[in-house]
Design a binder for this molecule. Structure first.
Ligand code: ADP
Ligand code: ZN
Ligand code: MG
Length: 509
């Protein structure tokens, strides 16, 4: 029997607003002492009135639009009642039957996956306030920090459309990127501003892949996964645990909630899951309903190009390989940089005499050649050097203008790969422009044929034994001669010219 995993995610994204969801307190808990960003409203004192944060509503709507959702014309807040120390009002202001956004989808690519291209349904996205944070001290007591209490969240609920932990992880990565492109959240799992619950069940398939029995079976919800690795491992563990239960004829019969224990690498039973009825949801009487049509129209106009569209455009417009386009677009700052580089290169390209008379297609082809240089030098070389130096594109001194100019020097064969690397390092050192560095350090490519010919002759004269061995058949010694020429020209010799001169001289000797 085949057991097919059925997975749905519930994701909390902390919105990057200045103030909390329903009061004027600062909405961050980083670097401030506990219980200092608090007021009677977020502490749940009696008699206070919550006022919704308009920016949070806009961010939520923006997120809904980016997830291809329908934005509700009318929406409202509800009270979700439960008792816990991190919830001073004993209810959370959330949204129940009229969330701000419904019925969306996100498409993902799954390299090497059983399903290569997957469309994940988005059931809904709603706004709510976060609970406070409780923590345990070394003397065994539990403390509550209310700084986080009342910060704005958008909760995104997916359809049970995932069939593997890998699909879930790729979706989460894409969701994080979308939030960053929108600028509505840092969506950093390690910092807790992206949190995920994973719902997992299994169903039996026959040999034809048809479902045996119920379409869906009772699920287990694994709570509060706070890293990508935990999400993946917890889902894998649940699949294995439930497979075992099915195989021993004791499949899960009720909804349950479990927690991920990362140290032990297992999920642990927490409690039977409350049904919606247990929360006694009812409309929040202190907040009027929201009319969202005007905001939705405004946000639709402000929607930036999203990662998926940008990848496609980078590949088609700039001629980048799809995998390079993906790598670049995975970092919005890097993508902006590359965009800028190509616009500089475009002006350069159009000014070249040999591109006069080229039509748009011809220019795109030429740009494709530059694209290979850009991705080669940026992704393989510059990124590597920056990594070693502990900097990234945001902190590096290389401007897009200078990097573009550097690419034109390589493309115009003014410098070779060896000197290119030297110049790139110097550019990182002090942000100077590459032509300056080239002249300053005399790194311009040496292609004066007579000068180079003299150096080639000298190298051969100084190594008579190797020349004899070469002539006796050890042709790999050519590399040694090229290396020696490069050495005596400090890497500036034109490689092709050097090789040709050597071949001619070696034959003539
Ligand atoms: P709950 O009553 O726990 O709120 P919902 O029906 O609202 O359940 O679904 C919550 C999440 O669980 C959604 O992400 C949904 O896709 C997922 N889910 C629902 N049913 C199943 C199932 N049988 N197996 C796995 N995931 C499921
Ligand atoms: Zn407050
Ligand atoms: Mg639900």
């Amino acid at each position: 029997m085949i057991y097919e995993p059925i997975i749905g995610l519930e994701i909390h994204v902390q919105l990057k607003t200045k103030t909390k969801m329903f009061c004027g307190c600062a909405a961050h808990d980083q670097g401030v002492p506990p219980n200092t960003n608090v007021c009677p409203i977020c502490l749940g004192n009696p008699g206070v009135l919550p006022v919704p944060n308009e920016t949070a509503i806009r961010y939520g709507v923006l997120m809904g639009l980016a997830l291809n959702c329908t934005i509700a014309a009318h929406s409202k807040f509800d009270r979700k009642n439960y008792f816990y120390p991190d919830l001073p009002k004993a209810y959370q202001i959330s949204q129940y039957d009229l969330p701000i956004a419904i019925n969306g989808f996100v498409e993902i690519d799954v390299p090497h996956g059983e399903r290569k291209h997957v469309k994940i349904g988005i059931t809904r996205a709603h706004l709510e306030e976060d609970a406070a944070k409780s923590f345990h001290t070394s003397d065994g007591s539990t403390c509550v920090d209310f700084n986080r209490g009342g910060t704005p969240l958008v909760e995104i609920v997916t359809e049970p459309d995932f069939r593997s932990s890998k699909e879930a992880k790729i979706f989460l990565t894409e969701l994080r990127l979308i939030a960053r492109y929108l600028g509505v959240s840092d969506a950093d799992m390690e910092k807790g501003n992206l949190r995920c619950d994973a719902n997992v069940s299994l169903r039996r398939l026959d040999d034809n892949g048809d479902v045996v029995g119920e379409r869906f079976n009772p699920k287990t919800e694994v709570k509060n996964l706070n890293s990508f690795r935990h999400v993946e491992r917890a889902i894998e563990f649940e699949i294995a645990r439930q497979t075992h239960l099915w195989e021993s004829d004791t499949p899960p019969l009720i909804l349950t909630t479990r927690g991920w224990n990362d140290t032990r690498g297992i999920t642990e039973e927490q409690r039977s899951k409350e049904e919606a009825a247990d929360y006694r949801y009812f409309p929040e009487p202190d907040i009027p309903p929201l009319a969202l049509t005007a905001i939705a129209d405004e946000m639709r106009r402000m929607l930036p190009e999203l990662p998926a569209a940008r990848r496609v455009r980078f590949a088609s417009e700039y001629g980048l390989k799809p995998s390079d386009a993906r790598q670049i677009c995975d970092d919005p700052a890097l993508a902006d940089f590359v965009e800028h580089v190509f616009s500089e290169l475009d002006s350069w390209l159009r000014a070249l005499p040999e591109t006069e008379g080229l039509d748009e297609d011809g220019l795109i082809r030429e740009r494709g050649k530059l694209a290979n240089l850009v991705s080669g030098w940026l992704l393989s070389k510059l990124m590597g050097i920056m990594l070693e130096r502990g900097i990234d594109i945001r902190t590096s001194k290389i401007s897009a203008e200078n990097f573009a100019e550097f690419i034109t020097l390589i493309a115009g064969r003014k410098i070779n790969n060896t000197t290119g690397l030297t110049i790139l390092n110097a550019m990182l050192d002090d942000g100077d422009d590459p032509s300056h560095i080239m002249e300053d350090k005399q790194l311009g490519r040496m292609d004066d044929a007579s000068e180079l010919a003299e150096i080639v002759s000298r190298v051969l004269e100084e190594n008579p034994a190797e020349v004899l061995r070469y002539q006796a058949g050890e042709e790999q010694l050519l590399k040694l001669f090229i290396g020696l020429v490069m050495k005596s020209t400090e890497g500036t010799a034109d490689a092709a010219m050097t090789k040709n001169l050597l071949l001619v001289k070696l034959k003539a000797e």
